[in-house]
Design a binder for this molecule. Structure first.
Ligand SMILES: Cc1cc2nc3c(=O)[nH]c(=O)nc-3n(C[C@H](O)[C@H](O)[C@H](O)COP(=O)(O)OP(=O)(O)OC[C@H]3O[C@@H](n4cnc5c(N)ncnc54)[C@H](O)[C@@H]3O)c2cc1C
Length: 281
């Protein structure tokens, strides 16, 4: 199925976008974590959301989620790992690919701090997606940088494919295949020539052909390299349109104030703009 709109991020901005788009009868898929795992779920009390003072973060999120779900929004729990912008948008989550005619980015605050060499070798040995790129490294040595809860499973998957895996992270992983060597390190740098040749981990070089950097979230700028940003925020106009046709953004990812009311308002506008874009096609 090709969705009218794929929303990336299931926080207040993404859920508000879904509600507005379903109100215009567009098919909507939201890709993100469970609402219970959203940042706002940690808020004990939210006093500045208009009309609903004193709600807890989980209460607000659950109501937003239930509203979006009741209107027929579809949800996929997972992390968008790669995105292809061609003839619409194809988003990879795990081993599944989802297609949409337009895209609303609502991933929250974008953190773009990267390891030295990471950006330089992205696509030339550095990958954020074991499922997408694992086969390319079959029989070869690869390093998995585990910075997300699901990273050990991804490392195990690469081993099953036949990669020679070493797992690198600041904290010992749970559920890692005991056959995978673990290196405790936090100061990392990707090394290479034309392509990746190794990962430097706390001063020790681990020779490898591929480095899988698995963080909790993949920044939209890594998914869409031509996305225009300004001071680590996605650049948008008043319609929440980005520089890329069919791509809109809302919420904390577009900058301050980092607040629910602003995220919800922007999600609403982004959805109406995406609907107008679809109707004009
Ligand atoms: C403890 C705490 C208390 C707060 N209290 C208040 C308050 O009282 N009042 C107030 O107005 N604001 C408060 N905030 C701020 C508020 O939570 C944010 O402004 C709001 O949640 C922003 O919504 P968002 O949808 O833009 O982003 P988020 O809520 O951050 O949601 C984005 C979601 O997208 C997910 N995501 C990112 N990348 C990907 C990817 N590649 N694939 C899939 N999913 C992805 C993220 O994991 C995240 O769950 C608080 C925040 C915290 C952490």
């Amino acid at each position: 199925m090709v969705y009218d709109i794929i929303v990336l991020g299931s926080g207040p901005a993404g859920l508000a976008a879904a509600i507005a788009a379903r109100g215009r009868n567009k098919s909507v898929l939201v890709i993100g974590n469970r609402w219970q795992d959203s940042p706002l779920a940690k808020a004990e009390r939210v006093d500045n959301y208009p009309g609903l003072p004193g709600r807890t973060g989980p209460e607000l999120l659950e109501e937003l989620y239930e509203h979006a779900a009741a209107l027929g929004t579809e949800f996929v729990v997972g992390k968008a790992l790669s995105l292809l912008a061609w003839n619409g948008f194809s988003v990879t989550v795990g081993s599944q690919i989802y297609q949409g005619e337009s895209l609303i980015l609502a991933p929250g605050v974008i953190r773009t701090a990267k390891f030295p060499g990471e950006a330089e070798y992205l696509g030339r040995g550095v990958s954020y997606c074991a499922t997408c790129d694992g086969m390319l490294y079959r029989t070869k040595p690869v390093a998995v940088v585990g910075l997300a809860p699901d990273a050990p499973q991804e490392a195990n998957y690469l081993k099953r494919l036949g990669c020679q895996v070493v797992y690198v992270s600041p904290n010992p992983p749970q559920t890692l295949d005991p056959g995978i060597p673990y290196v405790k390190a936090s100061k990392l740098a990707v090394k290479g020539e034309q392509t990746v040749t190794g990962l430097e981990a706390d001063g020790t070089l681990l020779p490898c052909a591929g480095v899988f950097i698995l963080r909790r979230a993949v920044a939209p700028t890594d998914l869409l390299p031509n996305l225009a940003t300004e001071a680590d925020t996605i650049k948008v106009d008043r319609n929440m349109a980005t520089n890329l046709p069919g791509v809109f953004a809302a919420g904390d990812c577009t900058g301050a104030p980092l607040q629910v009311a602003k995220a919800v308002g922007e999600g609403h506008v982004a959805a109406l703009s995406a609907c107008a874009y679809l109707d004009s096609k």
